[in-house]
Design a protein around this ligand. Structure first.
Ligand code: NAP
Length: 256
């Protein structure tokens, strides 16, 4: 049983849908006040309302984490609403697919701006408040795609997700003296709104490639984030946990 997060404030980027919404729900259930951040105000507000309706504490803030001042405004909103920032789940991400030979610089910039630059800016924006609190927890949602595996159409996405880990390792060293840990989760395939948009054929093909023969749930990723955010994980930094039902394990289709 992990120590509850009562009295702590968590920012969840991409908290209006999918994995981030699951994180917001789980963190609120364990006592944290959560700020749900996304570009779309309506879905962010609805996610916060759902949490409040079930007895939790939540607010929302609409911004683009990849925009130059988006993350700073997000951190200011968290301080304004809750007076502190203890936890950042840098989870907002996009995954448009484009074959490399057709990829434009605009395609690359769009993915890097949200997934990589957005993560770096969000972490940077939260440092002063975490240092004031005397400790902090940063949990980055990376992916198996990039750090471990590849998938046609996602060369920019994979590069951004691997880049998050490169960023994490140096950030973890720089922030360790301030008692701020920086860790990452590498999900495999998780059932989210974004996954639904990939279509039924993609979902079936992926399910067949997973030793556990099922797509993961947002809660299974969210509880991993909860562990990284806990007091009990206070001596773990710069590390990754793969949450994928064994998807990266088979050497070949024969292994399945
Ligand atoms: P999703 O269902 O598409 O939700 C994405 C969330 O991010 C939404 O709340 C979205 O809201 C927000 N968002 C997107 N761009 C943003 C921006 N520029 N600024 C602020 N918020 C933004 O995605 P998901 O499947 O839950 O994925 C969440 C994270 O997990 C991503 O980093 C993704 O790469 C990673 N991941 C997912 C899977 C999977 O199988 N689902 C697997 C591996 C890794 P708005 O659109 O309103 O901004």
């Amino acid at each position: 049983m992990l120590t509850r997060l009562d009295g702590r404030a968590a920012i969840i980027t991409g908290g209006s849908k999918g994995i981030g919404k699951g994180m917001a729900r789980v963190f609120a259930k364990h006592g944290a006040s959560v700020l749900i951040v996304a570009r779309g105000e309506e879905a962010a507000a609805a996610a916060a309302e759902e949490i409040c309706a079930s007895g939790g504490t939540a607010a929302h803030f609409a911004t683009d984490v990849g925009a130059p001042d988006g993350a700073e405004m997000m951190a200011e909103a968290a301080i304004g609403r809750f007076g502190r920032i203890d936890i950042l789940c840098s989870n907002a991400g996009i995954f448009p697919a484009t074959p490399l030979r057709d990829m434009t610089t605009a395609d690359i910039d769009a993915v890097f701006d949200v997934n990589l630059r957005g993560t770096m800016l969000a972490v940077r924006a939260c440092i002063p408040a975490m240092e004031k609190a005397g400790k902090g927890r940063v949990i980055i949602t990376s992916s198996i795609t990039g750090p471990i595996t590849g998938y046609p159409g996602w060369s920019h996405y994979g590069a951004s997700k691997a880049g998050q880990l490169g960023f994490m390792r140096t950030a973890a060293i720089e922030l360790a003296p301030s008692n701020i840990t920086v860790n990452a989760i590498l999900p495999g395939n998780v059932m989210t709104e974004g996954m639904h948009e990939m279509g039924e054929d993609y979902i079936q093909a992926m399910t067949a490639a997973i030793p556990m023969k099922r797509i993961g749930t947002v809660e299974e990723v969210a509880y991993t984030a909860l562990f990284f955010a806990s007091d009990e994980a206070g001596y773990i930094t710069g590390q990754t946990i793969v949450v994928d039902g064994g998807q990266v394990l088979p050497e070949s289709l024969v292994a399945l």
